[in-house]
Design a protein around this ligand. Structure first.
Ligand code: ZN
Length: 480
């Protein structure tokens, strides 16, 4: 009989910090913007003799901001260390990172499990380090671009608290949203701004001791993380079922084949001969500095969502949709300043505005309808000046012309007929011409009123205000 194994997963994430310059020199950091190879480099980031590193303060600030967002404890003193190894993309022969004393520790984030339950994933540590250059292999040649050398990274290491591929995926999603929301990183995986390595082992569900862990690298998308985990969990459980052993090793994921293969045996920390970086002093962060950074933290999406539900009495669904990013949330709040009904604002933004934004692949910041103009349109519907159907046409014209709703309604003669006298005349005609429908209504079939309303709508060429029409019929039929 096959054993039911439990997967134990930990994630190591490298995010590239959104700074203007590199971690220890003044070189421009936006290497991904098609800068010619080896042009954003200097003696410091290419490891020339005598060049000394100077820590980038912005990188520190963003790292502290990220660590606080991850509910970490910030260490008042952290230490940079040299991680020694040879590779052509590492010109100094060592990487400056943090080892014994990282910037931050003991954090957590909340994610959803496979069953949709909330679960805490603990963060072991978050530390700063520099990136390496980039090797490119062409035919028998290897080329190196040092533009990426010494770019600022934050490494975020989770505890092995994750138990499924779905949880890993959800954890990454929460983290990515947070890092983008706070402006810490763009997290574009295609550009290598977010890189993920996973550790996975299996154990018997009740066992305290962890199994032998395997590291998987080369995961270029969240999809790949999920697929690689499903594949690796299956591979390990097949081995264990057959009574075979798992080797501690690093495996590479191949997107094309959906397979992993062994890359190398796992090296250990001692292999890197870590020692404190002699060219950089320990990083000392005072309490007041940490507090100042704390003040710059924005309201997070989940906090905003909870506030929207309460403050604007929105459903869970609407609040989630409106807090999909901070710009959409801001747009909604601007519309709400004009005192429209929140449900109406949520509907217009959730379907019409976001529909257009997705269709045209633009930011809500660049749309031709500003919040004030949308609010005005909503008010015309709420006040009964135009029907919802007409409002959709006005909306289209607003999108094309950027003009306010009022101008379009006047120019195109959009208006809703709410004149009770005229509507009553047509309603009486409808009653007279449809005795069967009137009979049905008297027998309690309220749906029959549709035929009568239809007549009035036809006479008014669709401009009759449905609310007023229903009111008129209710009055007339009660007298019948
Ligand atoms: Zn440089």
């Amino acid at each position: 009989m096959k054993q039911n194994w439990q997967a134990v997963i930990g994630l190591e994430i490298h995010v590239q910090l959104n700074t203007k310059s590199k971690l220890f020199c003044g070189c421009e950091s936006n290497y991904e913007k098609n800068k010619p190879t080896n042009t954003t480099v200097c003696p410091v980031c290419t490891g020339q003799p005598g060049a000394l590193p100077v820590l980038n303060e912005d990188a520190v600030k963003l790292s502290v901001k990220a660590a606080l967002s991850l509910n970490c404890k910030i260490n008042h003193q952290s230490v940079f260390a040299r991680k020694n190894y040879f590779y052509p993309d590492l010109p100094k022969g060592y990487q400056i990172t943090q080892h014994d004393k990282p910037l931050a520790e003991f954090g957590y984030v909340e994610i959803l499990t496979d069953e949709g339950q909330k679960k805490k994933i603990n963060i072991t540590r978050a530390h700063m380090e520099e990136d390496a250059g980039k090797s490119m292999h062409k035919n028998e040649h290897s080329l190196i671009d040092y533009n990426r050398s010494s770019m600022p990274l934050l490494e975020i290491v989770s505890e092995p608290d994750i138990n499924s591929s779905v949880e890993a995926y959800n954890y990454l999603t929460v983290l990515k949203e947070m890092l983008i929301w706070t402006g810490i990183s763009n997290c574009d995986m295609e550009k290598g701004e977010l890189r993920v390595d996973v550790n996975v082992s299996l154990k018997e569900p009740k066992a305290k001791e962890l199994g032998v862990k395997v590291e998987i690298k080369n995961l270029n998308s969240f999809r790949a993380v999920k697929d690689a985990l499903v594949h690796e969990i299956k591979r390990q459980s097949d081995l264990l079922d057959r009574g075979e052993k798992i080797f501690q090793e690093t495996r590479l994921w191949e997107d094309e084949t959906g397979n992993t293969h062994a890359m190398r045996g796992k090296e250990e920390a001692k292999d890197y001969r870590y020692f404190p970086e002699p060219d950089l002093k320990p990083l000392v962060l005072e309490e007041h500095y940490i507090n100042d950074v704390k003040k710059t933290l924005p309201e997070f999406a989940h906090q905003k969502q909870a506030r929207f539900e309460k403050q604007y009495k929105l459903s869970d669904y609407d609040a989630k949709l409106l807090t999909i990013n901070s710009n959409t949330a801001d747009y909604f709040e601007e519309v709400m300043k004009c005192k429209v009904q929140s449900k109406n604002a949520a509907n217009w933004i959730g379907s019409d505005i976001l529909g257009k934004v997705n269709e045209h692949k633009i930011s809500i910041l660049d749309i031709p309808i500003n919040p004030k103009n949308l609010a005005e349109l909503i008010k015309f519907v709420e006040g009964g000046t135009i029907s919802i159907k007409q409002a959709r046409e006005v909306f289209e014209k607003m999108w094309q012309s950027s003009k306010p709703a009022k101008d379009i309604i006047e120019k195109h003669g959009f208006s809703q007929l709410s004149d009770e006298g005229q509507l009553e005349t047509w309603a009486k005609e409808a009653i007279k011409g449809n005795p069967k429908a009137v009979e049905d209504i008297k027998r309690g079939n309220q749906k029959a009123v549709g035929a009568l309303v239809g007549y009035v709508m036809k006479q008014s060429k669709g401009k009759a205000n449905p609310g007023v029409v229903n009111k008129v019929f209710a009055k007339l039929l009660s007298k019948e």
